[in-house]
Write a protein that binds this ligand. Structure first.
Ligand SMILES: Cc1ncc(COP(=O)(O)O)c(C=O)c1O
Length: 459
């Protein structure tokens, strides 16, 4: 008999969370200008806004916090982290930063110039932001299957080799400082990239002499999918899969707030000495000295342990199974979700869920607000509001996918919480025909509007 999955940890400390009434939530969300980012965390029962920096650390990580060495230069905690990063990635140089976008800021300062082209698989928004801020251009080469939520593909984060090669053919090599391979691909729904694809992209990059970098925020989850879905890797340990994966590239940036299992932190690791030398100067300017880069010694120690814990098979199996359980339960209830279920989140397809709400009234935002009002659950819109306006025409950009992302923090919520979330979605789904009105924007920032946008109910 196959026993059901269960968490490979038990709970030693709890953080109380509390329910509220629907009346309270109606008032709070109105006072928050219908922007879920404006809610206080105490007004939220289950917080699925992000899986970034919201996970629980282990007793071993907390022990490292106590052992943290806060020396400005050459701290023991730095050396522990450096050893872990080099061991896991196999890269020669390591630079700590305070989070993922800071790693991008430092590395791209050394590598990206005006007019550069950086292809990749659905770049994350901060990655794209740091490219565009330097007047470079991010070109999306993700496979087409990624943009249809109902199509099953085991590796929807894969790069389309033809699209990538066309970028290489159409642009001079000097204009392409690197490509970014995001594992797993957040923007495409937490979808993994296969080792076969990573190898093929690496080979193509080598043949055109182009650097390949990983955005490895969720690299351990990607390695788990490789083990589960690529036959050749079924008996290979996750750590060995990670080492092989990194061996096909030339370096990486990482937001450690995901698979680093810490609340704050970032990493750059790479092989190119010249780029490393240039980047450390930017690190000193933007982040801090090269042996702390914006992190406390105690946080570097906790990250050194977290990096290994995130590579443990039992941890990954329970993590991914929990997310899949939630997604499949919702799908059973008929709720349209991105298939297959991604690694860190369930993505609800708002175009299919509430087609009666005009797209100009922000379907996914309307659905996310309803989920909060009905159940106190905070998700996030990944749709038109996030996509912003076209910088030239100032018209709304309507993306192919209009999604509500329910990101699951690591080691934080229980199986009962998953049941609660699925039941809440089912309740809303049953009454979806009544949803005809969305929201209008009353104020927005000129860039990255989703964080601070103000909305009102459409009449
Ligand atoms: C794939 C990916 N890259 C980069 C980042 C940026 O990391 P951070 O939030 O630590 O700055 C994120 C954050 O969500 C991400 O998902």
């Amino acid at each position: 008999m196959k026993l059901p999955y269960a968490e490979p940890y038990r709970i030693k400390m709890v953080e109380p969370i509390s329910q509220s009434t629907k009346e309270q939530r109606l008032e709070w969300i109105k006072a928050a200008d219908y922007n879920l980012f404006n809610l206080k965390s105490d007004q939220v029962y289950i917080d699925l806004l992000t899986d970034s920096g919201t996970g629980a650390m282990s007793d071993r990580q907390w022990a490292e916090v106590m052992l943290g060495d806060e020396s400005y230069a050459g701290s023991r905690s730095f050396l522990k982290l450096e050893a872990a990063v080099k061991d896991i990635t196999g890269y020669t140089y390591f630079i700590p930063t305070h989070q993922g976008r800071a790693a991008e800021n430092v590395l791209f300062s050394a590598m990206v110039k005006e007019g550069d082209i950086i292809p990749g698989n659905s770049h994350f928004d901060t990655t794209k932001g740091h490219i565009e801020f330097r007047k470079g251009k991010a070109i999306d080469c993700t496979i087409d299957e990624a943009f249809d939520t109902s199509v099953y593909h085991p590796f929807k984060g894969n790069v389309d080799l033809n699209k990538l090669e066309n970028v290489f053919i159409e642009n001079p090599k000097e204009k392409i400082p690197f490509i970014v391979m995001t594992v797993t691909c957040n923007t495409a729904g937490g979808q993994p990239v296969s080792m076969e694809n990573i190898k093929a992209v690496s080979k193509l990059c080598k043949s055109y002499d182009i650097t390949m970098l990983f955005d490895s925020a969720r690299y351990a989850e990607n390695c788990y999918f490789i083990k589960e879905r690529e036959v050749a890797y079924k008996d290979v340990e996750i750590k060995a899969i990670a080492k092989e994966m990194f061996s096909y590239g030339d370096g990486m940036t990482m937001s450690s707030k995901k698979d680093g299992l810490v609340n704050m932190g970032g990493v750059i690791a790479l092989n190119n000495e010249e780029v490393y030398r240039t980047a450390i100067t930017f690190n000193i300017m933007y982040e801090g000295f090269i042996t702390y880069g914006g992190m406390s010694g105690r946080d570097m120690g906790a990250l050194a342990v977290g990096l290994y814990e995130a590579l443990e098979y039992d941890y990954l199996a329970s993590r991914i199974t929990q997310v899949q359980y939630l997604g499949e339960k919702m799908a059973e209830f008929g709720v349209p979700v991105q298939q297959p279920i991604g690694g860190h989140a369930v993505y609800v397809d708002a175009n299919k869920f509430v087609p009666n709400i005009p797209k100009e009234e922000y379907r996914a935002q309307a659905l996310a607000i309803e989920l909060y009002i009905i159940a106190g659950i905070r998700g996030v819109e990944i749709g038109t509001i996030l996509a912003d306006r076209d910088p030239v025409t100032r018209e709304n950009r309507y993306p192919e996918l209009e999604l509500v992302r329910l990101a699951i923090p690591r080691r934080t919520y229980t199986h009962n919480h998953m049941e609660y979330i699925a039941a809440a979605l089912e309740t809303i789904y049953r009454s979806r025909a009544e949803a005809k009105k969305g929201y209008h924007i009353t104020w927005e920032a000129t860039i990255m509007r989703h964080f601070t946008v103000k909305l009102e109910k459409a009449k």
